[in-house]
Design a protein around this ligand. Sequence first.
Ligand code: LMR
Length: 398
Amino acid sequence: LFSPVEMAPRDPILGLNEAFNADPRAEKVNLGVGVYYDENGKVPLLRAVQAAEEARVAEHAPRTYLPMEGLAPYDQAVQKLLLGADSPLLSSGRLVTAQSIGGTGALKLGADFLYRLAGKRLVAISDPSWENHRSLFETAGYEVVTYPYYDPATHGLNLQGMLQGIEALPEGSVVVLHACCHNPTGVDLSIEQWKQVIEVVRKRNHVPFLDIAYQGFGDNLEDDAAAVRLFAEADLSFVISSSFSKSFSLYGERVGALTLVTGTAEEGERVLSQLKRVIRTNYSNPPTHGAKVVAAVLNNPELYAMWEQELAEMRIRIKQMRKALANRLRAAGVEQDVSFIEKQRGMFSYSGLSREQVDRLAQEFAIYAVGSGRICVAALNNRNIDTVADAIARVMLE
Ligand code: LMR
């Protein structure tokens, strides 16, 4: 039965964890996966999360099944966080949210839904995009194409290319857009640029699929949701995949959500009925713990304020590390302009390192980065930054 099964390639991101774990060198640094580590190199357990967990344990609650679409207070809190507390959509009946198995689970649910129930077959992702976008949509049956996004010459956005690329797609294509903290480039759109994208999307009748996994890591929770809110104001139907893995430091709990912004309350009811079938035939219903914790924090003003503060601390520390890395590269003799490291947003820097340079970093210095040159700045700290900056400078200069 299994003899014809061929060896699969390592996952370009999660596969790095395997290589990193197997590396015996004590000084090794993992700049691969998008995980926030604190100043001590540890994945933090947020104080707000701990408080919510303690209260939950004290409840000794039974573990029954959740509804197929997940915990209602969680789904409602997700909608509020994405669309804003004063959004008229919140009470319109037009929003359909399902708790999902992380952001990846939300993407897969959305992909399956649009394939099965809206007949979608073509999806466009940014060039470059999160490595798993392509594989995920291909596995869901789609043809995956790209639209221009990143301009290596400026380390910025290729806006004209992006607009033209999206315009040239067949009418009604699914277009995946990173709502903030673009993965892997850290290059985001301004409000004005989003408005231009929205006009093209509207004109071509495309289906916007907004992926937001890093809300709070750019400027703050509200401003990072600006793209979502602009699409809502434009009165389009669209799809949002969101995740609390990073913002709550709850990676292993797999807490995400799929939100569908439908045209009417009646449409919303039909859409939810079908989404429940997609969920039921995949995994039946989602797990309880992570969603309970997140809902407890989001729905309690004191815990919310505590969380917002902790999220700000993570964001500020990443920004400090960006600055420190750029400064140390300059000090180590790198003459090319590295100011882009400070401008990029979110957890990553799209460093411009080539595949060969990335391989050298792993082999010679035990520093692991994604093959595309993406490095996770959130894994840097005052203890490893000198070693990392020196090694990067070495592979850039030699
Ligand atoms: C990443 O891009 O590193 C994260 O989103 C983790 C993942 O699942 O790839």
